[in-house]
Design a protein around this ligand. Structure first.
Ligand code: ACM
Ligand code: ZN
Length: 399
């Protein structure tokens, strides 16, 4: 009104988002200027509880300052989850006190492939000191909390674990030797699903992760586990026989179930990529649907929650403009308008299941994204479109 601006909300987060809306209503160059805003009344609320963005810090490392800047921009757009992809085949990036070698051996690769697995390598060691200490992680969590963002850590298992099994070769089926991966893709070298030592390792790591992160969810990956070593591994075969598991998918499911029991026992919930459906979904799990929305639909149909992040609409490592005008990317074509057009609730979903679609997320895997500046170029403006998909009712959207 003429007299001022009033912001009210049903929660502190709601008031925070009101402040963000006001900030976004002021021109970026307004400092020192007199500005006028039209009198208006805005009644605003989110479509989905979960409004997330993911960042892979394994393939390339992003320093704390750049992570905080990323969080700032998420907050400005009412996003409330940051999925922190902390480990992968190409580098382990979170300090684990019980296993200090993870951030020495496991953080470093001897070189990096050039382009799309060209067979040529750059000859430059990568990753020394490139990890977050537990103090830094606590600092980033607090920074996010002040902005009403929950950080969900991911320890991807049993695949995408070459950094760990290089560090401790007896966690793998063959015993190695392994190396922190210098190329991209899906490795056949994964954690041995028959070895109790590997279970202890995973529970120790997750135990420290739980102590650090207050999030309801812990993301345990579960995607793209090359299971080639499991059929010939003595320990894996013994486990399958003992537990009556008929194939390697059931062996993976057995492992994920056990991890779920561990997490639930610590009052946390399990979140995993849609491969956790294969071989039987763990009873309390939430599915992050990346290979289309079908996995999410399947989860929802069976009474589980799902977060929709299909590659076609939500993978910001793909090109956003004509490839010959852009730095090399992983492939695909995802312009801003297409992100904006994403409908996370398929029309075929029954009304009673719609509420199980917990929200949406964009992902940034960073094989081809070596610097924070490049990451920003890939994230913005597309995340602003995703933020509106997450926030606004379809009838209110206007590209
Ligand atoms: C994934 O993109 N592998 C989840
Ligand atoms: Zn094995």
């Amino acid at each position: 009104s003429e007299n001022g601006i009033e912001i009210a909300g049903a929660s502190n987060a709601g008031i925070f988002y009101g402040v963000q809306t006001l900030r976004k209503s002021i021109p970026a160059m307004a400092e020192g200027m007199n500005i006028e805003l039209p009198a208006a009344s805005i009644n605003d609320y989110p479509r989905f509880p979960y409004r997330g963005m993911h960042l892979d810090v394994s393939r390339h490392f992003f320093p704390v300052d750049s992570v905080k800047k990323f969080i700032d921009i998420l907050a400005l757009h009412n996003m409330n989850r940051f999925h922190w992809h902390l480990t992968d085949d190409q580098g382990w990036r979170i300090e684990i006190k019980k296993y200090p070698e993870l951030t020495q051996i496991g953080a470093q690769r001897k070189e990096t492939v050039i382009g799309r697995n060209s067979g040529k390598y750059d000859g430059k060691p990568y990753g020394e000191g490139m990890f977050y200490t537990q103090d830094e992680i606590r600092d980033v969590i607090a920074y996010a909390q002040e902005r009403f963002i929950t950080i969900i850590p991911e320890i991807d298992l049993p695949g995408h674990q070459l950094a760990a099994i290089t560090t401790y070769p007896d966690l793998g089926c063959t015993g190695g030797p392994y190396e922190v991966w210098t190329q991209w893709g899906v490795s056949d070298d994964v954690i041995c699903a028959g070895n109790e030592k590997a279970m202890t390792f995973l529970e120790d790591v997750l135990g420290e992760v739980i102590n650090l992160f207050p999030s309801e969810y812990i993301h345990i990956g579960g995607d793209e586990a090359g299971k080639a070593s499991w059929p010939t591994c003595k320990l894996c075969q013994a486990r399958m026989k003992k537990e009556g598991l008929k194939d390697v998918n059931e062996l993976q499911s057995y492992l994920i179930h056990r991890i779920e029991v561990f997490l639930n026992g610590h009052n946390r919930k399990l979140l995993g990529w849609d491969e956790i459906l294969e071989g039987g979904l763990a009873p309390n799990a939430t599915v992050m649907s990346w290979r289309g929305t079908e996995g999410g639909m399947k989860a929802v149909e069976s009474g589980h929650k799902a977060i929709m992040t299909p590659g076609e609409f939500c993978y910001f490592d793909s090109y956003q403009d004509a490839p010959d005008s852009q730095p090399e990317a992983i492939g695909g074509y995802l312009p801003l308008s297409k992100v904006y057009s994403f409908n996370p609730v398929p029309d075929t979903l029954s009304a009673e299941k719609v509420g199980l679609v917990y929200g949406v997320q964009a992902n940034l895997f960073t094989e081809y994204i070596p610097t924070p500046e490049h990451a920003e170029m890939m994230i913005y403006p597309r995340v602003l479109a995703l933020a509106e998909v997450a926030w606004s009712a379809p009838s209110k959207k206007n590209y």
